[in-house]
Ligand binder design. Structure first.
Ligand code: NAD
Length: 359
């Protein structure tokens, strides 16, 4: 059986840090295990275009493993070439790099390692909120540039305390963000999701569910996006949605880049409607050198807290999603049932309710 694994290349860092498991060098720690069991395993970071190792090797692979950090984009066209493909494993959380409807049509199973990096991302969200609200980036850049001008950076620095903060999506990550925010004594915590929380989970946090996205957009000083990318969320945060937000809102997106409209974000930040935009996800990855989210700034030259997609790939998270990937493949090989929480699509249908409301 052939297993195709698409990962980012770790170079020197992967040699020096063997716990960088999600790299082509360290191969999720599963390469030897699979080879010893007699399987053919191809590991690559070469994923773009018809001549890429990804597209060449997908034709006879039975299992595809890829990560959201360096996704092998499994479009319907690529899937059409993949005659033997039965299982796609996302080493991490978020399977939007796979055309899930096409996978259903082909009865390909898509599984992810649910929960594996949700704390990692929730911590990054809190960090990004603080970085933006407290205007940290220009304050730090000033020091590196051997300068000292308190007023220049204090003019846009605020406290998180007393703000209205809301999450779009209140699943594993959104909920953990709210839990952590309580310690900052916000004015109010809000969440919008079509799925309700279990009663005990709802009770355990001091947050209010709002009935509509518009209510969340117009009420918050800080908004964090924590829903998957699917047909119902692609471009959800567009010009019209941003216009409903208060002027000076901070927007954090660690969910998926394409949930926010690229140019709507740039224009809103440059006009000052958004005081800041931060996160680690881009509408195409790796982000090209000229992606406007790299250079965009608010009018005072601040407000950009973008980084490469790494919030969910901390060393701690890599261990969890590498182990989870092994478990999913092992279950498949042994014909054992999968943990239902890990299944996104199976037997031609959505098993997860997180990828859009469906009849
Ligand atoms: P989850 O499935 O536990 O929760 C997602 C929630 O979003 C669900 O409750 C779902 O009902 C809700 N949702 C879906 N569509 C919505 C909509 N239109 N409006 C409001 N709510 C909606 O998933 P999770 O573990 O919390 O992860 C959420 C997403 O975060 C992932 O799908 C992935 O895209 C992203 N993620 C990013 C990283 C990273 O490294 N940046 C890591 C992990 C996950």
């Amino acid at each position: 059986m052939k297993v195709l694994i698409v990962l980012y290349s770790g170079g020197q860092a992967a040699k020096e840090q063997p716990r960088l498991l999600g790299t082509t060098e360290n191969k999720l720690g599963i390469y030897d295990w699979l080879v010893k069991a007699g399987h053919e395993v191809v590991v690559t970071d070469d994923k773009e275009g018809p001549n890429s190792a990804f597209q060449k090797n997908i034709v006879d692979a039975e299992i595809l493993v890829t990560t959201p950090f360096h996704p092998g984009y499994l479009t319907k066209e690529v899937m059409d070439k993949a005659k033997n493909l039965k299982l796609c494993v996302t080493a991490g959380v978020g399977s939007d790099h796979i055309d899930l409807n096409a996978a259903n049509a082909r009865k390909i199973t898509v599984a992810e390692v649910s929960g594996s990096n949700v704390v990692s991302v929730a911590e990054h969200v809190i960090m990004t909120m603080l970085v933006l609200v407290r205007n940290f980036v220009p304050a730090h850049e000033q020091i590196i540039a051997h300068k000292w001008n308190v007023a220049q950076v204090a003019r846009d620095a605020y406290d998180l305390e007393g703000k209205v903060i809301g999450t779009i999506g209140c699943g594993r990550i959104g909920y953990r963000v709210l839990q952590r925010l309580e310690a900052f004594n916000p004015k109010e915590l809000l969440w919008f999701d079509y799925t309700d929380l279990p009663a005990d989970a709802a009770k355990a946090i001091n947050a209010r569910r709002v009935a509509t996205l518009d209510e969340l957009l117009s009420s918050c000083d800080v908004i964090t996006v924590n829903c998957p990318l699917h047909e119902g969320t692609r471009g959800l945060i567009n010009k019209a949605a941003i216009a409903k937000m208060k002027k000076g809102v901070w927007l954090i997106n660690t969910a998926r880049g394409a949930i926010c409209d690229r140019m709507a974000v740039v224009e809103a930040l440059e006009s000052g409607h958004l005081a800041g935009y931060g996160g680690d996800v881009w509408d195409v990855q790796p982000a090209p050198a000229d992606h406007p989210w790299r250079d965009m700034r608010a009018p005072n030259g601040n407000g950009n807290a973008m980084v490469a997609h790494y919030s969910g790939t901390t060393i701690d998270a890599q261990e969890r999603y590498a182990n989870g990937t092994k478990e999913i493949i092992d279950n498949y090989l042994q014909g054992k049932p999968q943990n239902p929480a890990n299944i996104i699509v199976e037997n031609g249908d959505y098993a997860s309710k997180a990828y859009g409301q469906r009849k």
